[in-house]
Design a protein around this ligand. Structure first.
Ligand code: PEP
Length: 249
């Protein structure tokens, strides 16, 4: 099965920088069977979408980094699935930077997932424990608890289309890596959870990603893990040389 490699550009790149990055990635990524998803900020999203369309570039799909849980209304500064659905096929939902910095709770995340599905956008749901939870031996319980609440508004057929990124918070943007054996244990835990809660077919259809300080040197050690279906890459997705390597491993 081909890997999914998601690049989360976070709050980086203006229009010109985004165009340059996409052009360079397009030149460098020659041979890959990875499903590559670029997640720019909202301001550059339509420019990147037009660039891909105008130049007939099909090797990248687009995603957004968040959406509001409503379709429209008095929500100043927010962007809805309705607005991005013609441009983005994917949406990162519940990223820890949103959970932590913007107090995004599991109830809101559940609504955002339902909104994505209603608009035919595939959610990339992020789950992960913080350092304290890991040190207390609560990593697995934390993640299962997040899933229980986050998926509460989805029916089984919708769950089977999900992409889930296991992103230990202490490994995001820190250069600290989760060990491949820890990631493998967590992936098995996730798989078992979906088998028990839904069934084996659902569990096998869900794409599981790992994210947290992935770079060109460690990427393979994660994609080699049983049940890992790809990577969510933050900082390294802004460097065309590194990201191209990750996409072609
Ligand atoms: C992320 O943004 O989801 C992420 C994993 O970031 P980084 O790769 O920089 O740790």
């Amino acid at each position: 099965m081909s890997n999914m490699i998601v690049g989360n550009w976070k709050m980086n790149l203006d229009i010109q920088q985004a165009k340059t990055l996409v052009s360079r990635l397009n030149e460098q990524i020659i041979k890959t069977d990875a499903k590559i998803v670029l997640c720019p900020n909202y301001i550059v999203l339509s420019t990147v979408s037009e660039l891909l369309y105008d130049q007939g570039i099909t090797k990248f799909s687009l995603g957004v980094q968040n959406i509001n849980d409503h379709d429209d209304g008095p929500f100043t500064g927010e962007v809805s699935a309705l607005m991005v659905k013609g441009l983005a096929k994917y949406a990162i939902i519940g990223h820890s930077e949103r959970r932590v910095n913007y107090d995004e709770d599991n109830q809101t995340i559940a609504k955002k997932l339902a909104t994505c599905v209603r608009h035919n956008i595939t959610p990339i749901l992020c789950v992960g424990e913080n350092l304290h939870e890991r040190q207390e031996g609560l990593a697995q319980r934390t993640i299962i608890d997040q899933l229980e609440q986050d998926l509460s508004e989805m029916v089984t057929s919708e769950v089977s289309q999900l992409v889930i990124a296991y992103e230990p918070i202490w490994a995001i943007g820190t250069g600290e890596n989760a060990s491949p054996s820890d990631v493998e244990k967590m992936m098995m835990e996730l798989y078992r959870y979906f088998v028990n809660k839904y069934n084996e077919l659902v569990a096998s259809k869900i794409t599981l990603l790992y994210g947290g300080s992935v770079d060109a040197d460690n990427a393979k050690s994660y994609t080699n893990i049983n049940k890992v279906g790809g990577l969510l890459v933050g900082g390294a997705s802004l460097n065309y040389k590194v990201f191209s390597k990750i996409c072609q491993l």
